[in-house]
Design a protein around this ligand. Structure first.
Ligand code: 4AD
Ligand code: MG
Length: 479
């Protein structure tokens, strides 16, 4: 029976009164044949288990190697040594699982690089960095539900397999049971999807928004939080082929209400982690500072991680229009010195270099950009009276770029169908979506927060592959 185990985190916070305790975990270190550092993932801190000299036979002693799993029973006493308040004076040690030190691929003392750790992603949780990152990721996920639950939003599970391309970008993974070598064909040679599992062509969802809108037009306020899939061939530090997204959708909201909610939401998430994961944030702050020491001065962050997070929760996000953003870029020293690789003019889909200039160099804080040209945005966004722009909003964050994308939705049936026609989106396939505009249509709005980008922002990690357990990227689906 294992259930007498006390978590290391709880042990470290206990008063040592000589009580008997059971610890289980993985060995992080073994010093002088006497001091075993044990970790169970509840915190980055280890509990020191002290074995009296002579207590263990030589055979057992040799088996206490890094990452062997052990069970220790003993008494919790005030620690004699520096660095910890309490320690366990062992009365018995049992090896649960050996770990061959020669073969074990994760040698902590050599400070493995993040790149190497990606190759052994099945073991990287056992490092302090990934321990902290994934506890913070957990806390953020929990806070997402807490935030919306407190506001009375209904959590909707939207489908993973769908026949629609919500974003209209065509970056979908097909879902099929048809044989690859000899699929059934129509007379004209095209593939006959009527014979496919669902009797039609289907794909993995790129967004739960369209279904979310259906629910919002009954519950008023809903959110989704699930995996989304994009077959875009972007091998960057910000893109995943499988990522998690939170998509709230609210009836009776306009674009300003939408911005307010998104800003409040992001600040709430950060505040939650600041309150509940202080130790991990302190570790990550130090990690980032050390990593940045290797960079030239001008590439280092001006603020430490915790300082940056405090700044974000204590200051208003900047709010500007797309047109203002383009003007700022055109006036910028970077533009004048031809530092931008991509063209800048009204109508462009801003590249990451432009977004980062705005947030990192110009405003030095998160920025909400609204009123994008309709040509570069999805069909469902509400058209502004100028005939050129839509009620879109992107939130850009320092070090990340776009973290949120959203909009007020086009609730006017005639305008929506007209835009769909212009963009060659077949109305017949979205008959159910259009029905919400036919039967009691309402002004409504919503946004999508990329969960991994949020985790990047809060942890100060710089590659999105390091904040999701098993990243899916082009040419990579190991584990
Ligand atoms: O801007 P996007 O494409 O918006 C939508 O999908 C809308 N349906 C959201 C809505 O209004 N309900 O994606 C939203 C966010 C982006 O801002 C970004 O943070 C994240 O999702 N994202 C990605 N994250 C990781 N890897 C990718 N390939 C991503 N693509 C988008
Ligand atoms: Mg977007």
């Amino acid at each position: 029976m294992f259930n007498k185990r006390v978590k290391v985190k709880d042990l470290l916070a206990s008063e040592p009164t000589g009580q008997e305790v059971t610890v289980m975990g993985w060995v992080r270190g073994f010093r002088n044949n006497q001091f075993i550092a044990v970790n169970d993932g509840s915190t980055n801190n280890n509990i020191q288990v002290v074995v009296e000299l002579g207590m263990l036979d030589e055979e057992t002693q040799k088996r206490i190697t890094q990452s062997a799993s052990i069970k220790a029973v003993g008494t919790l006493i005030a620690s004699q040594g520096k660095g910890q308040k309490v320690e366990v004076k062992a009365t018995s040690i049992e090896i649960l699982g050996d770990c061959d030190a020669e073969k074990y691929p994760l040698q902590l003392k050599n400070r493995p690089s993040l790149e190497y750790l990606r190759e052994i992603a099945h073991l990287r949780f056992r490092t302090n960095t990934f321990g902290a990152v994934f506890r913070v990721r957990h806390a953020l996920a929990f806070a997402v539900h807490k935030f919306f639950n407190e506001k009375g939003f209904v959590y909707m599970h939207t489908p993973i397999v769908t026949a629609s391309d919500a974003e209209g970008a065509g970056e979908m993974f097909r879902v099929t049971t048809l044989p690859f070598d000899n699929p059934p064909r129509n007379e004209d040679g095209t593939i006959n999807f009527k014979e496919d599992f669902f009797g039609r062509s289907t794909n993995l969802t790129v967004s739960g928004q369209l279904e979310g809108e259906l629910a919002a037009t009954a519950f008023s306020e809903i959110y989704t939080f699930g995996p989304t899939f994009r077959a875009e061939n972007s091998n960057t530090a910000r893109h995943l082929a499988e990522f998690w997204m939170i998509e709230p959708e609210m009836a009776f909201y306009d674009i300003e209400d939408n911005q307010n909610l998104a800003e409040e939401f992001i600040k709430y998430l950060i505040r939650h982690v600041m309150e509940h994961n202080r130790e991990d944030l302190e570790f990550l702050t130090q990690r980032l500072a050390e990593e940045e020491k290797q960079l030239p001065q001008d590439k280092r962050s001006e603020m430490g991680l915790i300082e940056k997070l405090e700044f974000v929760i204590n200051n208003d996000f900047e709010r500007i229009t797309y047109t203002e953003a383009i003007d700022i870029l055109l006036q910028s020293p970077a533009y004048k010195k031809k530092k931008f690789q991509y063209e800048v003019k009204w109508g462009i889909d801003m590249q990451s270099e432009h977004e980062r200039y705005l947030v990192e160099k110009h405003f030095k804080k998160p920025v909400i950009v609204t009123g994008y040209p309709k040509e570069i945005k999805a069909f469902y966004m509400r058209q502004n009276d100028d005939g050129k722009t839509v009620a879109a909003m992107d939130i850009l964050a320092p070090g990340i770029g776009e973290i949120v994308g959203g909009s007020q939705r086009e609730e006017r049936l005639d305008k929506l169908t007209q835009r769909m026609e212009e963009m060659h989106i077949p109305a017949e396939e979205l008959w159910w979506y259009l029905d919400t505009r036919r039967y009691g249509t309402v002004p409504h709005a919503g946004f999508g927060l990329g969960f991994e980008r949020m985790v990047l922002f809060v942890t100060g990690m710089t590659n999105i592959r390091d904040v999701i357990a098993f990243p899916r990227t082009p040419k990579n689906a190991e584990f």
